[in-house]
Design a protein around this ligand. Structure first.
Ligand SMILES: Cc1cc2nc3c(=O)[nH]c(=O)nc-3n(C[C@H](O)[C@H](O)[C@H](O)COP(=O)(O)OP(=O)(O)OC[C@H]3O[C@@H](n4cnc5c(N)ncnc54)[C@H](O)[C@@H]3O)c2cc1C
Length: 330
């Protein structure tokens, strides 16, 4: 049921790998517009931020991709790549790239410490179908205590499907998973105010506990960490996998540009990768964490401040453009 929002940088990497074009057309949907709404203080009209590919002069703000299909196409690319050998057991290699996700066992074996902060929230994901066309519009509601995203998608109903990512406190996530479909759909209707039409479940639901984490080191002699093994961010901006793919691209670049006498596991070489990724990953962790804390505040004063902030950013064209450009290429 998972979908990923991929940015232009990730799509370019997948195109280079000839993986992007192998995805069936209904497994990748372009996002033309995005509407971000906040909570509405008593007596106020709803405020919203609008982003558009047209305003940004880009082909699309993001692409929503079927996670299982992307896995399958990557697995098939690996099978047919003559320079890749799949091994069943650990082998000696000059460079080991640890890409085992947030609980990476090899990272622990390397003795790398990780700073972790659990959000106490879970991300509920599901596939939905609407009675109204999505028109390439991604919708997001930032409120206290939940953050809800509807990502336009073409599977299984072309033009009418959505990927749902709903970040809620953990007990609420359990309740949402336990609800009968009709009750869940009613909760969704309430949370979205029917703005995306009447939404029906189109498959199973699942939830993932959310955390912020960062490895204290991402490189050493003969090893590097990439993706969630190196850093985990809140999915409110849909940037986790994008950061991981940007790690891969940076590492490939560092290796390709190395001096001829430097081996693949050279500590100094791998430190270049660590340096290249330090600021972008720190910045994304900082932004997503700050947004989460900003919207976690329940008091009316905070609601009012958020409401004004949204209106303010929406009117400030250059700031909005800069924010979008940042998200388009992590
Ligand atoms: C609800 C939710 C929604 C999200 N939405 C988005 C989004 O829209 N866009 C986005 O960019 N990101 C999103 N993310 C974040 C994204 O899912 C992660 O950042 C991304 O999956 C990390 O990729 P990874 O390959 O580093 O780790 P993982 O996806 O965790 O993959 C690691 C893999 O390694 C395997 N593995 C582990 N140990 C070994 C071993 N020893 N040998 C072999 N294999 C091993 C695991 O089984 C797993 O398959 C979302 C996250 C959540 C929770």
């Amino acid at each position: 049921m998972r979908t990923y929002a991929l940015n232009a940088g990730s799509v370019a990497l997948l195109q280079d790998l000839r993986v992007w074009d192998a995805l069936p057309p209904d497994a990748r949907t372009a996002v033309w517009d995005m509407r971000v709404q906040g909570d509405v203080p008593a007596g106020r009209r709803p405020a919203a931020l609008h982003f558009s590919a047209y305003e940004q002069s880009v082909q699309a703000l993001a692409w929503i991709v079927d996670a299982a299909e992307l896995d399958a196409v990557l697995a098939s690319a690996v099978r047919f790549a003559p320079h890749i050998t799949v091994v069943a057991e650990a082998v000696q290699a000059p460079l080991t790239v640890v890409a085992e996700g947030k609980d990476a066992a090899s990272r622990a074996a390397l003795g790398v410490k990780v700073d972790t902060q659990a959000y106490g929230h879970s991300g509920v994901a599901a596939r939905l179908r609407s009675d109204q066309p999505h028109a390439g519009l991604a919708r997001q509601w930032f409120r206290s205590p939940d953050i809800l995203a509807l990502l336009p998608f073409d599977r299984p109903s072309p033009g009418h499907s959505y990927g749902l990512v709903w970040s809620v406190p953990q007990d609420r996530a359990q309740a949402l998973l336990a609800m009968a479909p009709a009750e869940f759909e009613q909760a969704l209707a309430q949370a979205t105010g029917g703005e995306a039409g009447s939404l029906a479940l189109d498959g199973p639901r699942a939830a993932w506990p959310l955390r912020l984490s960062r490895a204290q080191a991402v490189s050493g002699p003969g090893w590097v960490l990439v993706g969630d093994a190196a850093h985990v961010v809140h999915p409110l901006a849909g940037q986790g996998l994008n950061l991981g793919l940007a790690d891969v691209q940076a590492l490939a670049g560092v290796i390709a540009q190395r001096e001829p006498w430097r081996g693949l596991g050279d500590e100094k070489l791998l430190r270049r990768y660590a340096r290249r990724r330090h600021l972008p990953t720190l910045a994304m962790a900082g932004v997503t964490d700050a947004l989460w804390h900003l919207f976690a505040q329940e008091s009316p004063l905070w609601r009012e401040a958020r409401h004004r902030g949204l209106q303010w950013v929406d009117r400030l064209g250059p700031l909005k453009k800069a924010l979008t450009a940042r998200a388009l290429n992590s």
